[in-house]
Design a protein around this ligand. Structure first.
Ligand code: ZN
Length: 765
């Protein structure tokens, strides 16, 4: 068992705050675990691609000083909103914005919100009264709004229906190429900018009405004298509004987020003011608890009190602002190659800020797809740049919450080519991937290894391109052999890429993926379920017990050796024993914990009934009672041949009992237990294992197949004790066990017996 848990599952959290629909889930709780294991209080932690508040919050709470860096100012705005707390006076500030004067064409001045709402004035499609549209639905090709939803004061509700003549006229009233258009365009790409054509395509994703409303709000917001937190909160609300007010959301169809920078054939034009109002109302939810902020690096370094600061810089610039060897931990949840999101960020950043950071985003305005090759290169460059910042005992942790195979490939290649050594990893389809590295620069870092051997404890001899596919196949085989159970494809992929990183087999993304594919294809993998892979030839091998059984045993022994355990400590102890290729899914570990432990206020104790001495006595008593019952039913009870008890008749085994305090089902695998012809195998186990047993049969189709094939019957201790106490005859016994052929095909009752009610005997039948 190692000192450090390299895989910390945490709990993936859906993103919150502005643009949540574009942002990947956050591996919440994981950063906290790494910080506590790998740093000491006051240490400096760098969130290299800061795109939300999670890592910084966990770092500051763990007593560290934290820097969130990101070249995308929108990522930092969102992170800041989640850290700073929404200002209490937001409503008042919003009212100031709403009441800011807007000059009308006839030089009268009216409050901004009244002006904007007047753009959406429309008649109620039901009663014909004056109202305000929540949205219009447009036909993209015909270029007119065909349907609407109107807030009707007379009906007292929102009424949906077709548009009318007045709606068509109102929709065309504003000039497509008016003031708002050029303001929005110039702001993102000035007249001579090479990005102007791309920027224009993005500005065109707004109807003239919505664009003019957004530009009016933007200009009034800039004109207000505001404290930074209030301004940030309104900018955040406006950002979310900019997203929802584009023409990218379809009418009459739910799509989580736009995947293309093209309006759908029928798109929504939402009321900009209503959007903004609703977002401001929700802004209180963005930051549950404020975290201490340092205005800048100087203040962060001057005071050892835990705090965070935000640095709107790309990685290579970050390296220039920090002293080498000062960072204890770099956390990197890499940006995804999401061309749509990046182009929109470049547009919105240009609208919100006239800053160097937002100008640096301009090249992303192009809607070209962002490719994985580019992702890997950029990731590698960023990691190379910040490597020297790490203290000699510092770590880089790359962590992300989705089971994305390309992301694993890109991360492993980027980090190893940038000069990091992998020291630990883990992966799960449920919570994503964790890769822990140390900075170990090599003379040829930054590219494909070329030297042979290196100096001293330097790099291992580089591998040849042709060696990659065999290495891939070998890794997949070894991983399956080590887990001794069918394994999700994502975990195998992670094993392969970490192994290539360990061997320093570096290449461009496409080349690596191709080599990996070759390696996969050389194996005769069987797909047991959609994503569950196995090598059937391993069935003939003597393997360790399946991983699920080992995980159960580890949880059982941890809870037996020591009690109580805090939830996180117990999880960490399990993952200290099982990581890398042996990473078990967190849901399985939790099920093991629930099977053997009881939780009270975040603290786990072994269940009283699972006390080893008590279980041993229980098993012995049960065996004696079963022997007694066997005799009463005129069988000849016997022990041995791998079975806890056999009931025999005329020299043959009729019933075969396996009495077990665990749900270690590895022995179900054909060949492990000699199963004589005609013998009826019964697995007797505590009722507390029922859920775990069902999960093990679900997650390993081999076990389920074996159980059904051999007609295994799973019986709870309690159920068997009841049968013994009731003095059944042979026939009733068989029926009650579900082993009588007359009750249907063998094995059919597996779930029935296991979910049988656990109450007092009288309610059972
Ligand atoms: Zn009405």
């Amino acid at each position: 068992m190692g000192e450090i848990a390299w895989f910390i599952p945490g709990c993936p959290e859906v993103a919150r705050g502005p643009l949540a629909r574009y942002r990947p889930p956050t591996p919440a709780g994981a950063a906290d675990g790494y910080i506590r294991q790998l740093t000491s209080p006051g240490a400096l932690v760098l969130d290299l691609f800061c795109q939300g508040p999670t890592f910084l919050r966990e770092a500051v709470r763990a007593g560290c000083r934290a820097i969130g860096a990101n070249a995308n100012p929108i990522g930092l705005l969102i992170a800041g909103l989640g850290l700073e707390g929404t200002p209490a006076n937001l409503d008042a500030v919003f009212t100031r914005l709403a009441d800011a004067p807007k000059e009308t064409p006839n030089r009268r001045s009216i409050p901004l919100h009244r002006h904007i709402l007047s753009l959406y004035r429309s008649r109620c499609p039901v009663c014909g009264g004056e109202g305000t549209a929540e949205w219009f639905a447009w036909d993209r090709e015909a270029r007119y709004p065909y349907a609407k939803a109107v807030r009707c004061p007379r009906c007292g509700r929102i009424q949906e229906g077709p548009t009318d003549e007045a709606d068509m006229i109102a929709a065309r009233r504003l000039d497509r190429k008016g003031f708002a258009y050029y303001f929005a365009l110039d702001r993102v790409a000035p007249l001579k900018s090479s990005h102007r054509a791309r920027a224009a395509e993005l500005v065109d994703l707004y109807t003239p009405r919505n664009l003019s409303a957004l530009v009016d709000i933007l200009i009034r917001l800039e004109g207000l004298e505001l404290e930074r937190p209030a301004r940030a909160a309104l900018q955040g609300a406006l950002l979310e509004t900019m997203d929802r007010a584009s023409s990218l959301d379809p009418h009459g169809e739910e799509r989580p987020r736009p995947r293309l920078l093209r309006p759908p054939a029928r798109f929504l034009e939402r009321n900009v003011w209503y959007l903004l109002e609703a977002t401001v109302a929700r802004a209180m939810e963005w930051a549950p608890e404020p975290v201490r902020r340092a205005p800048g690096l100087k203040e962060l370094f001057a005071d050892p009190t835990p705090a965070y600061t935000l640095l709107p810089l790309p990685a290579r610039e970050v390296a220039r602002h920090l002293a080498p060897g000062t960072v204890s931990l770099i956390l990197a949840d890499p940006p995804r190659p999401d061309g749509v999101f990046w182009a929109l960020c470049a547009l919105w950043a240009g609208w919100l800020w006239e800053s160097p950071a937002s100008q640096a985003m301009r090249p992303l305005l192009g809607r070209r797809r962002l490719e994985w090759d580019r992702h890997q290169e950029a990731f590698q460059a960023a990691l190379s740049a910040v490597g020297p910042l790490l203290a000699p005992d510092g770590y880089l942790v790359i962590l992300f919450a989705e089971p994305d195979e390309n992301l694993v490939a890109s991360a492993c290649q980027a980090a190893s080519a940038a000069g990091y050594d992998l020291v630990g990893w883990g992966a799960s389809t449920e919570v994503g991937c964790r890769l822990v590295w140390r900075w170990a620069p090599r003379s040829d870092a930054g590219g494909r290894p070329s030297g042979r051997g290196g100096i001293g404890a330097g790099p291992a001899p580089p591998t040849d391109n042709a060696e990659a596919p065999p290495a891939v196949a070998e890794t997949v085989r070894e991983t399956l052999q080590a887990r001794a159970e069918p394994t999700p494809r994502f975990l195998l992929t992670a094993a392969v890429h970490t192994e290539l990183a360990r061997r320093r087999w570096n290449g461009p993304f496409g080349e690596v993926v191709q080599a990996v594919r070759c390696g996969w294809e050389s194996l005769e993998l069987e797909a047991l379920e959609m994503d569950l892979l196995w090598l059937p030839d391993l069935d003939a091998r003597r393997l360790d017990p399946p991983l699920a059984d080992r995980a159960e045993e580890i949880v059982r022994s941890l809870l037996t050796e020591r009690s109580p355990w805090a939830t996180d400590d117990l999880l960490l102890a399990v993952y200290r024993a099982l990581d890398g290729p042996l990473t078990p899914e967190p849901s399985l570990v939790l099920l093991c914990m629930r099977s053997y432990g009881v939780e009270d206020g975040g603290v786990w104790r072994l269940r009283e009934e699972d006390d080893p001495a008590r279980r041993a006595e229980e098993l012995e008593n049960l065996r004696r009672d079963l022997e007694e019952l066997g005799r009463r039913l005129r069988y000849r009870p016997a022990r041995g041949r791998g079975w806890d008890l056999r009931w025999r008749e005329r020299g043959r085994d009729v019933y075969l009992f396996r009495l077990s305090a665990t749900a270690a089902l590895g022995d179900l695998i054909p060949g492990k237990l000699p199963l004589p012809r005609g013998g009826r195998p019964c697995w007797v186990l505590p009722g507390g294992r029922a859920e775990l047993l069902a999960e093990k049969l679900r997650r390993d189709p081999r076990l389920a197949r074996a159980a059904w094939g051999a007609g295994w019957q799973f019986v709870k201790f309690r159920h068997l004790r009841r049968l013994i106490a009731e003095g059944v005859d042979r026939r009733t016994f068989a029926v009650m066990l579900g082993l009588d052929p007359a009750t249907g095909p063998r094995g059919v009752q597996i779930p029935l017996m296991m979910t049988a009610d656990d109450g007092p005997p009288t309610t059972d039948h």
